[in-house]
Design a binder for this molecule. Structure first.
Ligand SMILES: Cc1ncc(COP(=O)(O)O)c(C=O)c1O
Length: 450
């Protein structure tokens, strides 16, 4: 219900004071947590207070501060962050270089008119052209991963004159209408059907199936504009395709004149031990979607990086596809710093090294609790633990959270639990995370299997 401007003004002052506060008295904390829960219940979505994949509904943990590979709740409990913003915190929380670069830009001009030419967008686009594989050259910047996929679909249609798309079972590409059409889980699609017409799904990693499918689509005159794939499925549960699959997609795209679109919103920016997960296959897509960690883990940013062949439809009218705030000076300053940090601190190498320690530890846990932790897999710091069922997976996550380790479920499912920490997680925290997992699994094992 509407309130007087005076009342609203007072509330903004209260809110701004809390933002500037570094600490609170115990009394202030209780009031503030109550207030936040009330606002979630009344103005965001009451469902969030009931449904949480990582922590129990009754838990009062409220994120307050973050640093490196940890965050601290309002009560002062510090957690090791092995959820890592589902791939958004590759540089760690508040990396000083990113924060400094963003602060420098903030002091000059955070948002531009979007009418004149602005420098940061061009600097970052140049960096992207220099680090991405093949002949990727032109970048359209957006703010969220799903928007980068939207852009890719439109570019593919412009480049080919076709209107259909192919994606894969288990894929997640976002939740705006176009991207949702390629997101595979019925739970998210069902209420919004029909989505983009003519979208087809093939089994992930099955080259024979895809080959036959395209042969049929050519025969019936319904070849797609794009094949959109995740080089490693993230939300789907860290599924790694056979080695021949991605080079096979490249061949099929060349054969049928289809745009090959790699969605690396989650797997990109060093997470798998390679700057881009597609690099593992030594293959270049026509379009590369980036998001999450291109933000430097500080200001949201995403990017759709295209070859000239894929992008040239935008030359005659550069506003054919546009967004007012995508690629703003603040976000692109964060993106520039993100590449500086990833390259100068060898975050790809660190992801490989820490990933190997996790895998070794998970093998031991699998041996120790075989009925509970049925398998595990991963590349770099994109790792999944597979539990015997979702309930027991959730119990492990719950126990781990109580021991101050945050983990992540996948596609509304706790059977597969992901480990995706910042790439600069310390070795001490990797080993501590493994100890917490051991203790948590021991509790659940004792309860159900002894
Ligand atoms: C592979 C992939 N693509 C797209 C998206 C959508 O990104 P956003 O949530 O920023 O819209 C995600 C999000 O998890 C993702 O993992």
């Amino acid at each position: 219900m509407r309130k007087s401007f005076d009342e609203v003004l007072k509330y903004t002052e209260y809110a701004m004071k809390t933002i500037s506060q570094k600490s609170m008295t115990d009394e202030e904390k209780e009031v503030f947590i109550k207030e936040t829960r009330h606002n979630f219940n009344t103005h965001i979505n009451p469902g969030f207070l009931e449904y949480r994949k990582s922590a129990g509904a009754d838990d009062m943990a409220m994120e307050w501060m973050a640093n490196g590979d940890t965050f601290t709740d309002l009560h002062g409990n510090t957690y090791i962050d092995c959820l890592g913003g589902f791939g958004a915190f590759n540089c760690g929380h508040r990396h000083p270089k990113v924060v400094e670069t963003v602060a420098n830009q903030l002091a000059k001009q955070p948002l531009s008119s979007a009418e004149l030419i602005d420098a940061n967008r061009s600097l970052l686009a140049r960096i992207l052209a220099d680090v991405t594989p093949g002949d990727l050259q032109y970048t359209f910047f957006t703010s969220s991963g799903t928007e980068s996929v939207e852009c890719a679909l439109k570019m593919a249609t412009l480049a080919t004159g076709r209107h259909y798309y192919v994606a894969f079972k288990g894929d997640f590409h976002g939740k705006t209408h176009g991207a949702l059409s390629l997101t595979s889980k019925e739970h998210f699609r069902g209420p919004f059907l029909p989505l983009l017409q003519g979208t087809r799904f093939a089994p992930f990693g099955d080259l024979d199936y895809l080959t036959k499918m395209l042969d049929t689509l050519e025969f019936i005159g319904e070849l797609p504009a794009a094949i959109v794939y995740e080089p490693i499925q993230g939300e789907g549960g860290v599924n790694i395709p056979p080695d021949e699959w991605i080079p096979g997609i490249r061949k099929l795209c060349d054969q049928y004149g289809i745009m090959m679109v790699a969605d690396e919103v989650q797997a990109g920016m060093g997470r798998t031990g390679y700057l881009f997960a597609t690099d593992y296959s030594n293959v270049a897509p026509d379009i590369l979607c980036l998001g999450k960690s291109i933000s430097g883990s500080v200001v949201p940013l995403s990017a759709c990086v295209c070859s000239e062949k894929a992008f040239k439809g935008m030359f005659p009218d550069p506003l054919l596809h546009s967004t007012t705030t995508g690629g703003n000076p603040l976000a692109t300053s964060a993106g520039i710093a993100a590449f500086n940090v990833i390259l100068s601190e060898d975050l790809c190498g660190r992801a490989k090294k820490s990933g190997a320690i996790f895998m070794e530890g998970l093998e031991k846990l699998h041996q120790k609790y075989p009925k509970l932790l049925t398998t595990y897999r991963g590349r770099g710091l994109m790792i999944a633990m597979e539990f015997c069922d979702g309930d027991k997976g959730y119990e492990v996550v719950y126990e781990a959270f109580n021991k101050k380790l945050l983990l992540s479920g996948s596609l509304i499912n706790a059977k597969t639990i992901r480990i995706e920490p910042p790439l600069n997680i310390t070795e001490e925290h990797v080993r501590r995370a493994l100890v917490i997992l051991d203790e948590s699994m021991a509790i659940v094992y004792e309860k159900h299997f002894k």
